[in-house]
Design a protein around this ligand. Structure first.
Ligand code: NDP
Ligand code: 2IT
Length: 444
């Protein structure tokens, strides 16, 4: 049996009940087969893959807090410090009821390769809690964040581990987390990214993941003899990534016609109105039914179905496994020719393979959504220089990084005889730098 298959079998036996982690590792290791088999004995002797798929450390802690009724609540908090070969652990915090160790392991594993692809010196990590910020008062969210940080602060630092936002963690939560870190340590340091502009945040970090997704999509299309201008785009999600993906799609001359949240989705024939979306989801923190009320031409559909609209380009920007095989079939039947992931692992493995088999240009999240973490690394640079760059400077660097990522991914796929397979290209290109650093640093 090949070394890769041996590791996959072993991992499945060791991690029952962690399907997302197994899915992420399977996708990566299948791509790496061509690299590993060139030197299989050496990799096996060094237990290289065992080390690659095992987090350096997982911290789990209880998070007690008091709700507005005086009732004590307890949530599970985590930080998965996956791989520090190329830099301090870096990756977001997710607050969502679905959070568990398996999901954070999948996200930390993906983050390791994504961060490598940015070309910047950041290792891979992820954390969060099974806390649901929905329906909570600001005071409750603050109480939760303070309690969460009271445990987490022991394990993070500007040269050690630098968390940021993810699902359910935006500017409000980062502010509360930062305030508590500073209070506990007395340090004013770049220990979190996605901070507010008045306390060390970077211009363009808020927009970076969505903008970066569109910069990469634009380059992907251009290099395949197509263009984004004039195209209809289906977007899922209505949070940070989706909102700024929609804004940049408009700016590049495309028409984004859908968005979705955890209860339903919107089709707007006039194109999604960014100001209305921001008002509904960021200011009112309401459901998308409010968007439909504000935009009478739009249609709200309860439940799933965002991939059933006619579109040229699809950008899944909500969560993992939100684009399944039937969705992929519907997209292809409706003429969709490119899918670029804004979320982490939104497309299931069989859906990805189907899209690729149908000639759809498919870019995996670890390449196409890397603009967020890349701009976080730019925030770290500004913090350590004690300088702030302009929006235009950061945006220009982001665009360069995304264009470079696309070409590195494209070149890696060609070099290993899989031209156009951007999944393989991203996994291989991300892996090579991490592997080089791990090998140079000995058995650690
Ligand atoms: P937000 O919390 O801002 O938005 C998430 C959106 O997805 C919301 O509209 C939410 O619906 C919807 N959603 C969340 N979970 C589900 C679910 N289980 N089913 C259906 N819809 C769901 O998060 P982000 O925009 O930051 O993150 C979106 C994705 O992008 C995630 O996969 C994240 O890991 C990834 N990502 C984020 C980056 C960042 O910089 N923020 C960087 C790179 C990747 P509702 O409004 O109802 O809550
Ligand atoms: O998935 C991701 O890349 C993020 N949530 C952003 C991480 C970061 O450190 O900015």
């Amino acid at each position: 049996m090949s070394y890769v298959n041996e590791i996959l079998e072993r991992l499945a036996a060791q991690n029952p009940g962690q399907p997302e982690f197994l899915q992420a590792v399977t996708e990566v290791l299948e791509s790496l087969q061509v690299v590993i088999e060139k030197n299989e004995d050496a990799y096996r002797k060094n237990a290289f893959l065992e080390r690659l798929v095992t987090p350096e450390r997982i911290i789990m802690f209880r998070v007690p807090w008091v709700d507005d009724k005086g009732q004590v609540q307890v949530n599970n908090g985590y930080r998965v410090q996956f791989n520090s070969a190329i830099g301090p652990y870096k990756g977001g915090l997710r607050f969502h009821p679905s959070v568990n160790q398996g999901i954070l392991k999948f996200l930390g594993f993906e983050q390791t390769f994504k961060n490598s692809l940015t070309g910047l010196p950041i290792g891979g990590g992820k954390g969060g809690a099974d806390f649901d910020p929905k329906g909570k008062s600001d005071r409750e969210v603050m109480a939760f964040c303070q309690s969460f940080m009271t445990e987490l602060y022991k394990y993070i630092g500007e040269n050690e581990d630098v968390p940021a936002g993810d699902i359910g963690v935006g500017g409000r939560e980062i502010g509360y987390l930062y305030g508590q870190y500073k209070r506990l340590t007395g340090q004013y340091e770049g220990v979190l990214t996605g901070k507010g502009l008045s306390f060390g945040g970077s211009l363009a970090r808020t927009q970076a993941t969505g903008y970066g997704l569109l910069y990469l999509t634009d380059e992907l299309l251009r290099c395949n003899g197509k263009e984004l201008k004039g195209k209809t785009v289906a977007v899922s999600g209505a949070g940070n990534v989706a909102t700024y993906a929609i804004e940049k799609a408009w700016q590049l001359g495309a028409k984004p016609v859908t968005c979705s949240d955890s209860t339903g989705w919107i089709y707007d024939p006039d194109g999604i109105d960014v100001a209305t979306l921001i008002d509904v989801k960021q200011v009112k923190r309401a459901r998308l039914t409010e968007y439909a009320k504000a935009r009478p031409n739009s249609v709200y559909h309860e439940g799933k179905g965002v991939w059933t609209t006619r579109c040229d380009v699809a950008l899944p920007c909500a969560t993992q496994n939100e684009l399944l095989l039937d969705d992929a079939k519907a997209l292809v039947a409706n003429g969709c020719f490119a899918v670029c992931e804004g979320a982490n692992m939104p497309t299931s493995l069989d859906a990805t393979k189907y899209l690729q088999s149908q000639g759809v240009l498919f870019c995996p999240g670890k390449a196409s959504n890397a603009g967020g973490v890349a701009t976080s690394a730019l925030e770290m640079t500004q913090n350590s220089q004690r300088l702030s760059w302009t929006f235009e400077e950061v945006d220009a660097k982001l665009k360069d990084i995304m264009v470079n990522i696309f070409h590195n991914v494209d070149n890696a796929a060609r070099e290993y005889g899989m031209e156009g397979n951007y999944v393989a290209g991203a996994n291989i290109a991300g892996f090579l730098k991490v592997a080089d650093a791990m090998n140079a640093q000995g058995i650690v």
